[in-house]
Design a protein around this ligand. Sequence first.
Ligand SMILES: Nc1ncnc2c1ncn2[C@@H]1O[C@H](COP(=O)(O)OP(=O)(O)O)[C@@H](O)[C@H]1O
Ligand SMILES: [Mg+2]
Length: 228
Amino acid sequence: MSDAAKSLDQRPEPTQTSLAVARPIVKDLAIEAEEVCYWFGEGDTRTQVLFDNSLQIGRGEVVIMTGPSGSGKTTLLTLIGALRRIQHGRITVMGRNVGALGEAEAVALRTNIGFIFQSHNLFTSLTALENVRMAAALKRGTIREMSDRSAAILGRLGLGERLDYLPSQLSGGQRQRVAIARALVNSPGLVLADEPTAALDAESGRVVLEFLRQLADGAARTTVLIPF
Ligand SMILES: Nc1ncnc2c1ncn2[C@@H]1O[C@H](COP(=O)(O)OP(=O)(O)O)[C@@H](O)[C@H]1O
Ligand SMILES: [Mg+2]
């Protein structure tokens, strides 16, 4: 061993080691995309929007996906979420080959994914609690258990006092927090968030992002976030 190597070795916590620990374990991938291509349209108007895109995301990672408007971020996110058909390439999500799933299997996979979109898509005639409980009902349980689970996650998002409010009685930031509660109520292994704060002012947006980060920490939950 050279002197230089030895002195490195004697350091209590070599930087290299902590870097290595912070790397995802390559075998424990939540998402692997291989040479994904995607086209919109038919015939003369057929336009390619994804070009051999590949990526690997480890379980528990929080990944920010950026790129100019129109570069295909939303398209890739909806392919990962089994919301559109794979045309070319391969995407594996939590061990499932998305392109090879039957409809029932795709539904089962989507149940384990929390989606958060720019517009919150809440039911306007249902209260905050009822909106979240609709999603909770995708998993088996008693009404009581679903209500408790829904109220608990709304409470963690600072909406414990607003359970019986309609979306129209909530601010934009509060509505988006209900949408986050709905996405997380079944403790999904994966959260896909597409510009979740785009419709919010800077301060509400900051609060929403902070909640997303907090709720990703500590859970073995992978998050892919397209910012704004
Ligand atoms: N349903 C669609 N039909 C046709 N073209 C589409 C459709 N959705 C998106 N596109 C086009 O595909 C490209 C990528 O879109 P998108 O994935 O939404 O990009 P991003 O999310 O990065 O802004 C854009 O040029 C967009 O106009
Ligand atoms: Mg987009």
